[in-house]
Design a protein around this ligand. Structure first.
Ligand code: UDP
Ligand code: MG
Length: 310
């Protein structure tokens, strides 16, 4: 058996419409590399025809392999499962929806050959709804600040990794994670290149607003405890301010007399702080929930079958 030099990893969730256009562009690029390769698709519990299509590819295209999940475990678990089965010296993650051009793959491989262990990508003129672009900006800024990472575009999944990084990722057993961030923690020499970005023309985004929020909590809580520390800090600042305020009221009572008016101002201030407290409890909950998930040590995903690995 030939050991592949490049492994492509593609998570697939209800992508029956995009799979063929993807293969039509991806396969010629891979064949043109002139080195052994494999393309691993993880079917993340699709309910459409994706599974049948993928199984057909294993027969039709040499080098195509399929991991079949029992249910929907999410994009990041799908990628992790493929990582564990991949053997390439260079591993590249790619979305199935053709928003990132497969034609960029040779450039990414060239960067790894230069000695970089991660090649990230920055989406040039990103073609996503405005709301998502704005939200991404905020997430990129805060996550870089909080986790101390340097990544211009956390959300872009077209990335190349050296085998060393993949081996380290495979040693981690965490069940809620964010792969680009996890990889970054093992990197010593990462780089980024600018790639084109297309609108999703076939099928639809698998991330609802709610799922995006969950995913971003995975990113922040998985790699930083700054949100918790901020609350400690905020607590200290409010206590100090309150002491100051109490002293002011004390003096005022001696000089002017007791105060009665402004009860609704008091309410406003009170509700503001109650809001912050509830938010704080929520953040603690996000961490506790994830700790609970980890301590139960349930399998992160269940592989039903694999095709093409033998
Ligand atoms: N995906 C997956 N499992 C999921 C959700 C998404 O495997 O639960 C895959 C999906 O098929 C696609 C990739 O992850 O290949 C990115 O999804 P999508 O393009 O919908 O995300 P967006 O580009 O909107 O962030
Ligand atoms: Mg997409």
């Amino acid at each position: 058996m030939i050991i592949p030099y490049v492994s492509i990893v593609v998570p697939v969730y209800n992508e029956e419409k995009t799979l063929q256009p993807l293969m039509d562009r991806l396969y010629p690029v891979m064949s043109g590399l002139g080195c052994p390769f494999e393309i691993i698709f993880t079917n993340d519990g699709s309910q459409d025809l994706s599974q049948e299509i993928l199984r057909g590819y294993v027969q039709r295209y040499p080098g195509v392999k399929v991991v079949e999940f029992n249910g929907n475990f999410g994009q990041h678990m799908a990628i992790l499962a493929a990582f564990e089965l991949s053997t390439g010296e260079i591993v590249i993650t790619l979305d199935a929806d053709l928003q990132n051009p497969p034609e960029e793959i040779p450039r990414m491989i060239a960067e790894i050959k230069k000695g970089h262990d991660i090649v990230g990508t920055i989406r040039d003129k990103r073609r996503d709804p405005l709301l998502r672009r704005v939200a991404s900006r905020i997430v990129n800024l805060t996550s870089n600040r909080m986790t101390g990472m340097r990544m211009s575009d956390c959300g872009c999944m077209l990335r190349a990794y050296h085998r060393n990084i993949i081996n380290n990722i495979n040693k981690c057993g965490e069940s809620s994670t964010f792969i680009p961030a996890l990889a970054q923690t093992f990197s010593s020499n990462a780089t980024e290149i600018v790639v084109g970005h297309a609108e999703r023309t076939l099928g639809e985004s698998k991330y609802s607003f709610y799922r995006l929020i969950r995913l971003n909590f995975d990113l922040i809580t998985g790699f930083s405890v700054v949100p918790l520390q901020l609350f400690a800090l905020l607590g200290i600042i409010t206590s100090l301010l309150t002491v100051g305020f109490a002293l002011f009221l004390l003096f005022r009572r001696f000089i002017i007399g007791a105060e009665v008016e402004g009860i609704f101002t008091l309410f406003a201030i009170l509700f503001f702080f109650i809001g912050i407290i509830i938010f704080g409890i929520g953040i603690v909950g996000e961490y506790v929930g994830r700790i609970y998930q980890e301590v139960r040590r349930r399998p992160r995903y269940v592989v039903k079958r694999t095709h093409g690995f033998e």
